[in-house]
Design a protein around this ligand. Structure first.
Ligand code: XMP
Length: 516
């Protein structure tokens, strides 16, 4: 599904870690944005009819050999342009100004002051030009190109902001997209709404209306199936498609027996009873446990679970006559990454509801232009419960990769109980939305303990809680000691089979978030 009929801002990615964040910020200002590579040509830009172009920062200096540039013809298209950090330097350098290397760079909070006697169109209304901004640069613009005026400076950057009102080209040396820049959103909003005259129509309400129409026309009188995992992406995709085509959608939920406590029931309750969606509940627990007997190696386990999952999904959906559409909860970051990423395989992830080779479906991917926070908003607007909309990420192979060694129903029961306590205590402490994931892991070792007057010899539970932006990197969460103590004593007292609790203090890298 394309959003080409939506007024679009192109965010040119110069390789900055912040490019996706910039695209999200533009959308928070109710303007639809898409990320594009810096090698985009002027013809390609024209074909996409953008309302404006934003140039991201980049890790390189414009003086380094091979430093990325922009097709110069893009500057002559009359499309308003806003460059940030490296993006501002690209504007200065390519249009005839000078970017120099100074004695000292600027990193972090920096005081910016306006240059008297100049007219700014970025710092208008309540937005002061004298403000604290977030910098991260070594090179700085020393001379603006002809037709531009420098409207602000800092101690180490004689040109912190450059503006050309006639050509509607603007650049800021700082990072307006990060929270530490005081008026970053106001300045970006002024550029988008006032200078580029974008209308603020990108709202999730509008998105739902338009998407429902598109799905209805794509599917026509066909039949669609959707694999539900209990996670937010497939849940929102299903709810959206159901709104569009009602009973022409059937959802398939394969219960692997490896989900967290009560999760299977919750999926059935939410979709069948509340949303009124036709749902096939495949109770495959026994078959998964059979298949996992004697399997201890992490990759073998992942493979066994992934393969059986596909077979079960296939068997269930094969019984749905004439299904010719498959709904998938693909998100925009997946779309961006699959185009560019060439990362080494660390673990073989399997997508729940993965597409079997020998089934012929047309894909319905209603979320492929959305970021995760937008998906959550859509889910809330569609009436999905908070437990699903705000559910932590959960691996496809479920608790299977949180039990080290062979997976048995008994161990799953123990882990579900310990995991429930961890999540309950995180919720009680009000940390649910701050923590990326918090769960328990059951390692394949035992230790000696004493409870009452009895010697015990049982497994420990490891608590893993991390903060993260995108799961690519993560840090162990600094949970309060009192909270850890409550979790520890509750787990030991309430869960049979655990006599010790440890806390995992490994970041990613070098660790991964999951243990297998
Ligand atoms: P790792 O352990 O690689 O995990 O740091 C990164 C994120 O991905 C989740 N994860 C998975 N998600 N299928 C999924 O859909 C999988 O097989 C899978 N394995 C890990 C993990 O929970 C974390 O959020």
């Amino acid at each position: 599904m394309s959003s080409s009929d939506e007024e679009t801002v192109l965010v040119v990615d110069f390789g900055a870690q912040y490019a996706q964040l910039i695209a999200r910020r533009v959308r928070e200002l109710n303007v639809y944005s898409e990320l594009v590579g810096h090698d985009i040509t002027a013809d390609e830009v024209v074909a996409r009819k953008p309302a404006a172009i934003v140039l991201s920062g980049g890790p390189k200096s414009v003086h380094v050999e091979g430093a990325p540039t922009l097709d110069p013809a893009i500057f002559d298209l009359g499309v308003p342009i806003f460059g940030m950090c490296y993006g501002a330097q690209v504007i200065a350098q390519q249009l005839g100004g000078t970017v120099s290397r100074f004695e000292q760079g600027e990193y972090g909070r920096t005081e910016m002051t306006g240059i008297g006697g100049t007219e700014s169109k970025l710092f208008v209304g309540d937005t002061p030009v004298d403000q604290n901004v977030w910098m991260s640069h070594f090179d700085a613009i020393s001379e603006v190109p002809e037709g531009f005026v420098a409207t602000a400076r800092t101690e180490a950057a004689p040109v912190a902001v450059l503006e050309n009102h006639d050509r509607r080209i603007y650049g800021v040396q700082y990072h307006p997209e990060v929270g530490h820049t005081e008026h970053g959103m106001a300045v970006l909003g002024t550029f988008l709404h006032d200078i580029a005259e974008c209308s603020a129509t990108w709202t999730m309400g509008n998105f739902i209306d338009e998407t429902v129409e598109k799905i209805a026309s794509q599917v026509g009188s066909g039949r669609a199936i959707c694999g539900l995992s209990g996670g937010v992406d497939s849940a929102v995709a299903a709810a959206l498609v159901h709104k569009a085509i009602g009973s022409q959608l059937t959802c398939v939920f394969v219960d692997t027996g490896l989900m967290r406590a009560n999760e299977g029931e919750q999926v059935v309750e939410t979709f069948r009873r509340h949303q009124g969606i036709e749902l096939i509940h495949v109770r495959a627990e026994d078959r998964f446990f059979d298949k996992l007997k004697g399997v201890a190696d992490p990759e073998d386990k992942r493979k066994a679970i992934g393969e059986l999952f596909i077979r079960e999904f296939e068997a269930a959906s094969g019984g749905i006559d004439d299904a010719n559409f498959l709904v998938q909860g693909t998100l925009y970051p997946d779309v961006i990454e699959s185009g560019t990423k060439d990362a080494a395989k660390i673990k073989s992830h399997h997508n729940v509801g993965g597409l079997p080779d020998d089934m012929e479906f047309e894909l319905v991917e209603p979320l492929r232009n959305l970021f995760k926070d937008e998906v959550r908003q859509v889910g809330s607007e569609l009436g999905l419960p908070d437990e699903i909309v705000w559910r932590q990420p959960f691996p496809g192979p479920g608790l299977g990769v949180r039990i080290i060694g062979e997976v048995t129903p008994e161990l799953v029961g123990i882990l579900q109980h310990a995991d429930l306590i961890v999540r309950e205590e995180i919720a009680k402490a009000g940390l649910e939305r701050e923590i990326w994931q918090a769960f328990a892991v059951l390692p394949d070792i035992r230790s000696v303990g004493v409870m009452g007057d009895e010697r015990t010899y049982a497994r420990p539970a490891i608590i893993r809680a991390v903060t993260s932006e995108d799961a690519m990197t993560a840090d162990w969460a600094r949970l309060p000691y009192d909270l850890l103590e409550t979790m520890s004593s509750r787990i030991i007292n309430e869960v049979d089979g655990i006599n010790r609790v440890a806390y995992d203090i490994t970041s990613k890298p070098p660790g991964t978030i999951e243990w297998e």
